[in-house]
Design a protein around this ligand. Structure first.
Ligand code: AMP
Length: 496
């Protein structure tokens, strides 16, 4: 496990060494009063210490509650309170964040800063030092035995459609999900690979990657707080990373960096893209310009997260490059263990013909059956199906294609060469109740005007599909997990 530490230097150790520190940490947690089922919060980057917390907290029977530091402080306070975290482990970077919400936190007894004595901050919080806690403990620890359905970790949804909701994972669901992630149809994990999860450990357990590396012996490279192009590329090349996983916005920045500095990462053969849909030019760039295969995957917090992965069937390998890249825009086929169906507004099942679209429902051993401490969930039904809110088609080969979230049905396809990112929102309209408004971010060094973008639609789609207006902006508001915050766009532009 190699990590860029928050303090700066690269930290490197073996799984065996990690295990011994995990034992020390489990002892320390016991001394802090953590018991079976207690929630232990983390607000931290991807580093070796966060990995130790994953295994020590869950292994001793408590619940590792990872929190997203990019959430609004009031949402963060809501989550800590709702989860009733007893202890919070926090990276140096996020001490000010905890200070800002401290007065609203009622249940937290202890804050542990994930650093050594030398780097401890001065703060009004009642803090302990992570390394000191570990130093005081023994390397021998006998893991307790408990039911496989015991909760192991907790993650709150991004809250794009309301207050964040907690999803509780069990030891059973996590182990089964880890097997699924390791499959040849997904990560094809084995000890000859080196993986760099850019996807954060604070959101859906970094897609389960820290568990996969522990299960398979695959080398794990952790970026810490260094998510910029220079830091990521440096780490990828120094550690000969073969697989990297993250959301499209991260890859957009990295590809720009590679092009600008005329650099590449020769060791890398696969980039896993999920969390939101990559566009065609991203797939082209990775595969045609840099020789890195794109593995497009789809999932949700409620699904631990894996649902589908888009590996091409052998019969598709002979297709033209153009056809293959277009196909990879699909989210892929259900990973073994996940059942899927599409339903219309009345709940009737729709055919898997690649044309009929409706809401995707899923069921499986790592799909949550309810939300944490929420009495009623409209998304869950009595037969175990979970309504994803994603609107999709499924083709006869089983490949899922997302058209949008159920509230925003939008036709997609086609790309304007001068546009890097785009979002469409519905804005109130007297005649039609709602009409689409397009908001675009131009590509680097491209100047575009609204009229040009509108002309781009000419002859491509029906007139009434064309947005009424186009707004050109420098950036789109991104939420804590890299998704475009349509709520913010609606607030800002709903009257225009
Ligand atoms: P979260 O629970 O925050 O991980 O968000 C899950 C949602 O992100 C899904 O329901 C989708 O709407 C969206 N999403 C995840 N992966 C993809 C993907 N590959 N393509 C399009 N949307 C995605």
């Amino acid at each position: 496990i190699v990590s860029r530490s928050v303090e700066g230097p690269i930290h490197r150790y073996t799984l065996a060494e990690s295990r011994l520190r995990t034992h020390r940490l489990a002892h320390a947690l016991g001394k802090l009063g953590v018991e079976l089922g207690d929630r232990v919060g983390t607000i931290a980057w991807n580093t070796h210490r966060h990995v130790e917390l994953y295994f020590a907290v869950s292994g001793m029977g408590a619940v590792c509650h990872t929190m997203n530091p990019r959430l609004h402080p009031t949402q963060l306070a809501y989550i800590v309170d709702h989860a009733q975290d007893k202890v919070i482990f926090v990276d140096l970077t996020f001490v000010p964040l905890v200070e800002a919400v401290w007065d609203a936190l009622k249940n937290v007894e202890t804050v542990v800063v994930m650093t050594d004595r030398e780097h401890m901050p001065s703060t009004r919080l009642p803090v302990l030092c992570y390394e000191e806690l570990l130093d005081a403990e023994s390397e021998e620890f006998a893991w307790p035995t408990f039911d496989e359905n015991t909760a192991s970790s907790l993650c709150y949804t991004s809250g794009t459609t309301g207050n964040p909701k907690g999803v509780l994972y069990s030891h059973r669901s996590t182990v089964l999900h880890t097997f699924a992630m390791a499959l040849p149809t997904v990560l094809s994990a084995n000890e000859r690979e080196t993986i760099l999860p850019v996807v954060p450990m604070f959101h859906v357990n970094a897609w389960g990657i820290p568990y996969v590396t522990a299960m398979t012996g695959m080398k794990l490279v952790m970026p810490g707080p260094g998510l910029d192009g220079t830091s990521l590329t440096e780490l990828m090349n120094a550690e000969t990373v073969t697989i990297a996983a993250g959301v499209p916005t991260i890859w957009l920045g990295l590809l720009d960096h590679w092009r600008e500095h005329k650099i590449s990462v020769p060791s890398m053969h696969t980039v896993v893209i999920g969390g939101s849909a990559p566009n065609r030019s991203m797939i082209d760039a990775f595969q045609s310009d840099f020789g890195i295969e794109v593995l497009h995957a789809w999932g949700m917090t409620e699904m631990s997260p894996i649902g589908t992965a888009c590996r091409l069937k052998p019969s598709m390998l002979d297709a033209s490059e153009n056809e293959r890249h277009t196909f990879q825009l699909k989210q892929g086929r259900a990973v073994f263990g996940v059942e899927m169906k599409i339903v219309d507004e009345d709940g009737s099942e729709l055919p898997h013909d690649g044309k009929a679209f409706g809401e995707l429902k899923v069921r499986g051993p790592w799909v949550c059956s309810s939300y944490f401490n929420v009495e009623k969930s409209d998304a869950h039904d009595a037969d175990g199906w979970f309504a994803t809110g994603d609107v999709v088609t499924i083709d006869p080969d089983g490949y899922v294609n997302i058209t949008d979230r159920s509230k925003d049905v939008i036709k997609s396809g086609g790309e304007c060469p001068d546009i890097a990112q785009a979002a469409v929102i519905g804005v109130p309209d007297e005649k039609w109740t709602e009409r689409p408004l397009l908001i675009v971010v131009p590509k680097k060094d491209c100047q575009i005007k609204s009229e040009q973008v509108l002309e781009f639609f000419d002859g491509k789609v029906a007139k009434w599909w064309v947005p009424d207006n186009v707004i050109v902006v420098d950036t789109l508001p991104l939420g804590a997990t890299g998704k475009v915050q349509k709520i913010k766009l609606r607030e800002q532009y709903a009257t225009k």
